[in-house]
Ligand binder design. Structure first.
Ligand code: FMN
Length: 216
């Protein structure tokens, strides 16, 4: 399949075949897609929770009660369910961890280059701290990871459901996100659709090119 085929073929899955599990080597590639996602100043301000069993999925499904009940079967029946969460702060010790990792990964020819990169990243973070929008900024980065995950899933023949329809408070409590310095961004269910997935049969709908592009 070409990239265009994949983009036009993928869809948000509305119902999963509970009996089909994603093979582990494929799961490993999907998790690598998250890990290799780009982020501003390589901040990687995210943490991903992976549920591959009924108990884990039931914990996440607690957040799909009440007005979000329509999403519960997707969480419970999918092969794997991921919670993409974002850091709510980027303290100096975390920035140091990033610098150390880049050093270990061979990014710096010398100490001067390392110090310059650290200063640049810290400066960017300071700007966002002054603007008071660190949590918004980290959520944006986490949504980039979501995009990488969705495209990777489609490329590997795995169906997916991105979900904002959940109770963030319930999910935070269940996964103790606040005390970990995290906030939920989005839930992504992964697996293989069942015959009940009406969206697999529907045509795609997108605004026309002229409505969304302006050549300037
Ligand atoms: C961030 C985000 C949140 C979404 N939340 C939900 C959701 O809670 N439940 C659901 O069934 N679909 C959800 N969707 C799916 C969208 O409705 C879907 O992507 C859109 O209608 C385009 O259809 P397609 O993905 O099939 O191309 C979400 C999509 C995104 C990107």
């Amino acid at each position: 399949m070409t990239l265009m085929d994949i983009l036009k073929h993928r869809h948000t899955t509305k119902a999963y075949d509970k009996d089909r599990k994603i093979p582990e080597p494929v799961v490993a590639q999907l998790l690598e897609a998250l890990r290799y996602s780009p982020s501003s100043v390589n901040s990687q301000p995210w943490h991903f929770f992976v549920a591959d069993n009924d108990a884990g999925k039931a914990r996440i499904a607690k957040a799909t009660s009440g007005p979000f009940a329509f999403n519960a079967p997707r969480v419970l029946d999918a092969s794997h369910v991921l919670v993409l969460s974002a850091r709510t702060s980027l303290p100096p010790e975390y920035l140091q961890t990033l610098a150390d990792q880049e050093q270990a990964d061979g990014r710096y020819a010398n100490e001067e280059a390392r110090a310059l990169a650290h200063k640049g990243r810290s400066g960017f973070v300071s700007l966002h701290e002054q603007a008071g929008d660190i949590p918004v900024w980290t959520q944006k980065q986490t949504y980039i990871a979501q995009g990488f995950l969705l495209l990777s899933a489609a490329t590997l023949g795995v169906d997916a459901t991105p979900m904002e329809g959940f109770d963030a408070g319930i999910l935070s409590t269940e996964l103790k996100l606040e005390e970990k310095g995290l906030a939920p961004a989005v839930i992504v269910a992964l697996g293989y659709h069942s015959d009940a997935d009406f969206n697999a049969r529907l045509p795609k709908s997108r605004l026309p090119e002229k409505a969304i592009f302006s050549r300037i």
